[in-house]
Design a binder for this molecule. Structure first.
Ligand code: ATP
Length: 239
């Protein structure tokens, strides 16, 4: 039996001025899934995520979370309801320490003992953050900042975690680490929507995937089906 749909995007349209970046995109994320949204640079993946989290206004269509329309709601309100995004470029608080950044992620909560336990859990995913707990975020490498951004999102106890290009600009070792942790977080029961240009890695982890091209969804299937598809292999896996 299928799990309930947590996030449903219906015929979403987003425009920048006169330019339509997203032209009627529909997809859903069910409880417990890891859904990957792949596509080339400029396909509209980031714009779609921004529209879902209220960072970009929606021209037409709808976004439903837990069965209710969230169109027009801001990122802060959505985070309180468990829909938490880790943006492209990470957005850590550079003049705060690692621990302070993580505490900011739990700002909406006041269960102190559980917050402390969750911070330890983040440190087990990312021991590097524990080693550098008092270091200013702005002095860390790109990979460490990605870890911190993901850790901060986890501190909000997401029901659905939205990850925008977590591997972008990272070294191969760091890319391995980030995907390993994405897989572990998913394994611990967090539902994930993963936007990635690294199609191979994103589809290997995915329960299901969607391919976006020029603002529309052109293909969908299980991660394995898409990985085996000759068109996907030719366009996104360099074959
Ligand atoms: P990337 O992997 O580079 O983030 P993407 O698939 O996420 O690519 P978007 O960033 O969503 O693609 O961009 C979709 C289209 O919208 C592109 O043609 C892009 O140039 C355009 N676009 C994105 N942001 C803006 C903006 N702020 N103003 C105008 N056009 C924009």
């Amino acid at each position: 039996m299928s799990q309930p749909i947590l996030l449903q995007v219906e015929k979403l349209k987003v425009a920048y001025g006169g330019i339509q970046a997203v032209k009627g995109v529909s997809f859903e994320v069910r409880e417990g899934e890891l859904v990957s949204l792949i596509g080339a640079n400029g396909a509209g993946k980031t714009t779609t995520l921004k529209a879902v989290t209220g960072l970009q206004s929606v021209a037409d269509g709808d976004v439903k979370y837990l069965g209710r329309s969230i169109r027009g709601q801001g990122a802060w309100d959505l985070a309180k309801q468990g829909l938490v995004m880790v943006p492209e470029g990470r957005g850590t608080f550079t003049r705060m320490t690692i621990v302070e950044n993580l505490q900011m992620g739990a700002y909406i909560r006041n269960d102190k003992a559980e917050i402390a336990a969750d911070m330890e859990r983040v440190f087990t995913f990312f021991p590097r953050l524990k080693e550098r707990r008092d270091q200013l975020a702005g002095t860390m490498s790109g990979g460490e900042q990605q870890m911190l951004a993901m850790g901060r999102a986890l501190m909000a106890r997401p029901k659905v975690l939205l990850l925008d290009e977590p591997s972008m600009g990272l070294s191969p070792i760091m890319v391995d680490k980030i995907f390993e942790v994405v897989n572990e977080i998913h394994g611990q029961g967090v539902t994930i929507l993963l936007v990635e240009q690294n199609a191979s890695r994103a589809l290997q982890l995915a329960s299901r995937g969607y391919v976006m091209e020029s603002g529309v969804v052109t293909m969908t299937g299980s991660g394995h089906e898409l990985l085996a598809d000759p068109k996907v292999r030719a366009a996104y896996l360099g074959e």
